[in-house]
Design a protein around this ligand. Sequence first.
Ligand code: HEM
Ligand code: HEM
Length: 173
Amino acid sequence: MTLRNGPAGYGWLTKALHWLTVLAVAAQFTVGYLMDADDSGRGRGRGRSGESGRGRGGEGSGYLDDPETLLRVHVALGLTILLLAVVRLGWRRVAGLPPWSEYLSEGQRRLAHWTERALLALLFVVPLSGLALVAAGDDDVLPLHVGAHLAFYVALAAHLFTNLRPRVLRRML
Ligand code: HEM
Ligand code: HEM
């Protein structure tokens, strides 16, 4: 198994970074929606330092129902994703990319190229919009964060359209 990407395909570091990112992003979306579901519609789980932050209406809530805990996990994961994105982008510059899969047409290659760039950009934009949301301390910035993560879904759908087929998927395994 080689370290660098080359004519033989992706090296192990690119693969490890790719799947670590997928895991972290999947966990992050789960926590994000849990926070949203946990929400009473106001306060949105932050800026409520004066409150206990435990559940609503005094119901006994578990660890993962605690809005403050969820937000802390969400921020920590978001920063991890940001760090992974920095390392990834740096490594992509150093290690380059393997030649295209012969199973992708010219049009699919163009689509794959732009969706990879969009995904990489969004790995910065989504966490940064989250940081802006927390820094602002109110919901004015929420549409930016929600919009950024919806854009992520669009790019991911295009990514899966080109890559989620056995002969292409094998290149990242
Ligand atoms: C890749 C990284 C991230 C993803 C995929 C993500 C995703 C999400 C999702 C799906 C929601 C629920 C939005 C809704 O429908 O209401 C959410 C909410 C939120 N996110 Fe993130 N997020 C990320 C990073 C961050 C970071 C780094 C921060 C802060 C430093 C952050 C702060 C927040 C906050 C405060 C909310 C609560 C919004 C509400 O009031 O409901 N996020 N995020
Ligand atoms: C968080 C979600 C994802 C992001 C941000 C992402 C990002 C990327 C990027 C940037 C590349 C280009 C190589 C690199 O620079 O590392 C890539 C390649 C690839 N991704 Fe993803 N990806 C995601 C999810 C997935 C999923 C869920 C699958 C399949 C189930 C997948 C399959 C592939 C494959 C097969 C390649 C190699 C394509 C080729 O032959 O060149 N990706 N991905």
